[in-house]
Each structure stands twice: as C-alpha cells, then as structure tokens.
Design a protein. Structure first.
Length: 195
C-alpha cells in the first residue's frame, strides 16, 4: 500500500517534469520602440579633411538633438552641436583653438531589424566659427564667421529593454560652403530617449 501511494505521487510529478522539459519557450513578441517626441545627447570627435584638415586638429564634439518620430521609420528634428579644434597655422600666435557652433534641421530614415536599427540622416543649417584664425591660411575671410552647412550621416542604434531608451553609434560628414568648402567628418556615441 505504501508503494502504491508513492507511485501515485511520483507518476504525476514525473509526467509534469517531462512535459516541462519538452515544452518550448513561448516566442517573445518583439518590443516595438517608442515613437513620438525624442531627445538625444551625443559625445564624440570630429576632424576636418582636405585643406581644413591640414590646418586644424581633430577635437571633441558634443551634440543635443530633439524632434519627433512621425513614423517608426521617419523622424524630423533639430540639432545643436559644439566642436573644439586646435588651429595648426604658422605663428604667431601658437596653440590657438577655435570652436564651431552648429544649428541644423535634420531628417532621419530608420530601418529596424529586431532590437537594432540602421539609419541614414541628413541636415541643413548654419555654422558659426569663434575666431578668424583660419584666415591666416585663406580658409575664410577675416570678417567671415557664419556659413551654411550641409550634413549627411548614418549609424546603428540598439533598443534597450525599456522601449523609451536607445544607445547608438553614428558617423557624419559635413560641408561648410562659405569657409572655402571645408569638410568635416565625425563620430559619436549617443543616448536617445523617446517620450
């Protein structure tokens, strides 16, 4: 009788254990990233190529972006960016730095693949240079401090478990048409929050 009660307890427990062992985990629903207004902060580096690169050194770049995702694959926004560079011009003076302050409107196309998204973006705006030190090498006129800018870039974004947050890596090319067509390339890591 004792064997029968032990068997009565073990058989259902064994059947349940076998059922659990052979059961497949439920397929997780892909978590859609949030859409709507967003804010982004990025930190990276930028440098000039061509004539601008011969007369300046790469430096840090900080960017703030904000806008709205109109669709899961398309957003419109604006950015403010600050770059700092050391001028490499004949002395005097020596060890001079200049800053670029940038403001632009941009558009972004995204291509989500699971928790990752590839994107391409482009923008139009204005740049302000803090000093005319590059006039010594004819990259800008002594009285010139503003230039229209055109930018294009792209990158990779990773959606965190909390659907409002994403981390990303991005690269960007920019041309400053009034500053002798100086071109800049840069990269940044960023954190994006979508409300």
């Amino acid at each position: 009788m004792r064997t029968r009660s032990l068997r009565a307890l073990l058989c259902p427990a064994l059947a349940a254990a076998l059922a659990c062992a052979h059961a497949r985990p439920a397929a997780a629903e892909p978590r859609a990233s949030a859409t709507g207004p967003y804010a982004e902060a990025g930190l990276g580096a930028a440098g000039f190529i061509g004539a601008g690169g011969r007369h300046s050194r790469p430096g840090p770049a900080f960017a703030l972006r904000g806008g709205v995702d109109l669709f899961s694959w398309f957003s419109l926004g604006a950015r403010l960016e600050l770059q700092s560079h050391q001028a490499d011009v004949p002395p005097p003076p020596e060890g001079e730095y200049f800053q670029l302050q940038l403001a632009a409107a941009d558009a972004r196309l995204g291509f989500p693949v699971g928790r990752f998204a590839l994107f391409a973006d482009g923008g139009l705006g204005f740049a302000h240079i803090s000093t005319n030190i590059l006039a010594k090498v004819d990259l800008l006129d002594p009285s010139e401090s503003w230039s229209p800018l055109l930018s294009a870039g792209g990158g990779l974004e990773y959606q965190l478990q909390n659907r409002h947050y994403a981390l990303g890596l991005a690269g960007q090319w920019m041309v400053l048409s009034s500053f002798s067509g100086m071109q800049s390339v840069g990269g940044r890591a960023y954190l994006r929050y979508t409300y």
